[in-house]
Design a protein around this ligand. Structure first.
Ligand code: 5AD
Length: 358
């Protein structure tokens, strides 16, 4: 077996330069000294492509009405304990104004999955109303037909995030009802790439029944899917979901695994955007900063009105549900400065990888 130093050196040479066993070996590191080597290497690669900048995307949670019944998700269709809501265009424009006032140049519109003509038109109208802001806009609205993806692209969206959740098909079918089809989801990712979106995907780590080999294959999958943006996070149980009873990994282990996923994804994919997600902050108050220290270069603060945030709870312990967007920005500015990073206020922070493709 070659040493950790040699594997890291090999990863630095060029993207996608690691074999499955090497990816799995790096993911499984758990001694403090080796973990530090791994994450410092990933961070220095982050700096090669993004210097000391972290790009921001404000998230607006458009609504929690969802046609899907994923066994892990708090807003699944069958959860009757959720008060369902849906923002209107005026609300969204107002929240986008908050995003602009904070100096953020990109916006994510995220919501439960709805496939209907009315919803397709609603998103088109929303995108038209947001044109004045000149944001980089990411949509995260689930599986749709290629025609719908194209219409939303024409209406002004430039990025789309659709997590595959797990690249292991049989694990996917254990975590979802039969109506959710892994093949359709990968087909959607291919449609997004064809439509010219900066396409993002990602997975959850520490899922019940998931192995290190599965997570290693997730990382190879990201490249095969043509992803230029990655959003990953630890699985966190939600008490009103069927999967909550199968949660077995201790929180401290989940955090370390999720951080190793970020670091190894950076070492494998080099110049893609990688988000340090909110779920990390649910596990540790400094979780997002630790994600950046492990190689992430994007943070996605919530700019949804505070009154709505409690209803968009995908897992228990969602952080920041009562913090104003301004307070969150000030906290983020300070905590990033403390680790030697700066918020990128200058541009949208597109993935450099995207320029080679589109
Ligand atoms: N724990 C962590 N992440 C979750 N998501 C949904 N439910 C959970 C959970 N219980 C993630 C999924 C989805 C994204 C919007 O939120 O990966 O794609």
């Amino acid at each position: 077996m070659i040493s950790i130093h040699e594997i890291i050196e090999k990863a630095f040479e060029k993207r996608c330069n690691l074999a499955h066993d090497e990816i799995a070996f790096l993911l499984s590191l758990d001694s403090p000294a080796e973990v530090k080597l791994l994450r410092d290497a990933a961070r220095s690669l982050k700096r090669r492509y993004f210097s000391d900048l972290v790009s921001i995307r404000g998230i607006i949670e458009l609504g929690n009405i969802c046609s899907k019944d994923c066994y892990y998700c708090g807003i699944r269709k069958s959860n009757s304990n959720v008060e369902r809501y849906r923002l209107n265009v005026d609300d969204i424009v107002r929240m986008a104004g908050t995003n602009a006032a904070l100096g953020y140049k990109s916006l994510v519109l995220q919501g439960g999955e709805i496939e209907s003509d009315a919803n397709t038109r609603f998103i088109e109208e929303t995108l038209a109303a947001l044109a004045e802001f000149d944001f980089g806009i990411t949509l995260s609205l689930g599986e749709q037909t290629e025609d719908v993806y194209r219409r939303w692209k024409d209406a002004g969206a430039s990025r789309y995030l659709l997590r595959i959740e797990t690249s292991n098909r049989s694990l996917y079918s254990e975590l979802h009802p039969a109506s959710c089809d892994w093949e359709r989801r990968t087909g959607c990712l291919a449609s997004l790439v064809r439509c010219g979106y900066q396409t993002g995907t990602g997975t959850m780590s520490s899922l019940p029944g998931q192995s290190i080999d599965d997570m290693a294959r997730d990382i190879a999958f990201f490249d095969e899917a043509g992803a230029v943006m990655i959003g990953m996070g630890p699985y966190l149980p939600h008490p009103d979901t069927p999967l909550a009873v199968r949660d077995s990994v201790p929180a401290a282990v989940k955090l370390e695994r999720a951080l190793n996923m970020i670091a190894v994804t950076r070492l494998y994919l080099h110049d893609v955007n990688i988000a340090s997600t909110t779920a990390l902050e649910a596990l540790a108050p400094d979780g997002r900063e630790r994600g950046v220290l492990a190689g992430a270069n994007v943070v996605m603060p919530n700019v949804t009105d505070i009154e709505r945030r409690g209803s968009y709870r995908l897992y228990a312990g969602k952080p920041g549900i009562d913090e104003t967007s301004l307070a969150a920005k000030e906290r983020l500015d300070a905590s990033l400065a403390a680790i030697g990073e700066r918020i990128n206020y200058a541009d949208r922070g597109d993935s450099p990888r995207a320029y080679g493709r589109h």
